[in-house]
Design a protein. Sequence first.
Lengths: 365, 274
Amino acid sequence: MKDRSIHILNFVGLGFFEPAIRLATGEEIKKNLVALLKKVLLPILSVGLFLLLWHSGATYLYNVEKDARIEKALADQGEVGALEMRTCIESGDISCQPNTLPSPAQVWTAYKSLLADHAVISDKKVAFAEKVAATNAQRQEQGLAAITYTGRPSFVDQIFTSLKTVFAGFLLALFIAVPIGIMLGLSKTLRSSVNWLIQIFKPVSPVVWLLLVFMIVKTLTRGSDSDSSFIISFISVGLCSMWATLVNTSMGVSSVDKDYINVAKVLQLSVAQKVFKIILPSSFPLIFTGLRITLSVAWMVLIAIELLAQSPGLGSFVWEEFQNGANDSNSKIIVAMFIIGIIGFLLDRIMLTIQKFVTFTEETA
Amino acid sequence: MEALEKEEVVRRSDNGLFEDKYMLDISQLTKIYPTPNGDYVVLDDLDLKVKHEEFISIIGHSGCGKSTLLTMIAGLNPISRGTIIADNQTIKGPGPDRGVIFQSPSLLPWMTAYDNVMLGVKQVFAHGTKKDRDDIVKYYLAKVGLEDAMHKKAKELSQGMQQRVGIARAFALKPKVLLLDEPFGMLDSLTRGELQDVLIEVWNQEKITAIMITHDVDESIFLADRVIMMTSGPRAKVGDILEIDFERPRLRKDVLEHPDYYKYREHLINFLEH
């Protein structure tokens, strides 16, 4: 039981829990206590230090902004205005709060308010669905489209929209890059003939990809009234992120151990057998490394692309909050930043776990 | 055991194989690697004939072109000039009629020992039934002492065990010629001895014409009917041939105690030192 859970933890890349489990079962107390200290307490300490730095930095910026406001009030409205401004700020009134980097506590509050907002919106949705259930049934009989909830999406909805976009983009990258990568890896001629194109397109910025996809999709979907922003954003995400997989796959396929190729030659395996029995399995580790990079790049460029394509998701959430300029907007942006970071980390762990399942080498990240 | 061997001989002569003089006929074989400073001639007009059911070993200094010769017979390395005729057919490329045991075991690490052998068996016995193929794979894996480990992944096996699988794979394909490229070069001396015994035991039953490259004087005397000594390169050719007249099947102890053993050994070492 113990060994099994330790094995699973190590497998999914959460090996730092190992000493805690060993300690709980009373195994080599002293050694595992030291290991626990190193693997768990020190990281927690570093997070604490980071929060402390953040807090003091935010306080400093707050004071700079506050002084500037009082200074300005003094210049514009004289002593009385300055005093009014000072009491207003210190009373915590929302209308005159300095707008700057929020402190950790503010971000935490914003996080809770976002969750509360989500609960409210979910309730609204349920209520709406109940209200229109009868009407929808009627409309369905008449062959009309159902009435759907069109209210503002909550923060949690935005996260799932973003995940959907990234997932679609990632699949697109997978289905384009892996087959092309295999073909390029197999043929040196093909590789050298498209090498220039790859080298030129690889460093192109996500924004430019978006515009390019926009040009094409806009023309292709002309006449149809469907919302093309999702299509545009997921295709752009796919195109931006597929290069790592393309390059890694072609490298993996072209650098298969010569011994394995000799085995295939001696056995006179057919091309299909050679590809599926020998070349693909032996280049799996490199292909998966490429896919992991692709997924993290996809998640990274997603925000910028959603922001520009005005497709719903975390990117547009961040942009709307920035435009909104409400008192807690800055805090909400930071909440989104952490959520993006944590989801990116989780996605990478999931990929790593899948990689360990399907490949033959014991690679660790 | 003896009856089985006799039957084998009869069957082979029925096929008419015994009428041919040689299993392998290499004539005027030349290998040239072009370099920026002109051509580099590795092998120059090399002639070698190997009889049916003969085990020969080729010994020579590093870089003399032994491995080049072997990869050319295997068909993995293009021939610059000359011909190689295996079983009355000029070789044109690699094929399962010439089984190779490489220096590194070259197993596919993501497959089990069984699957590694089966990969080749499926190719060669494509028309047999599934049961036949299964029997062949299991028979040879048992022969090399891997009954219990045949469903382990190749990467989980030790070097010595992996090379055992390599031996099973080569024999299971029933090749006409077996090519061994320093098969035990990467093993420690204890494992090497064990594997020599495994190899010779399987070979005693199969009697496949074998050509083995080696650095090891004792190994070549113990295993081979003839030892081919190659001159140092460039322009390497056959320098000397030593017939080893020990009876088969051979036991290591008998070979080591044989009065001629040290005579053979001295002959080989004298050649290599000059």
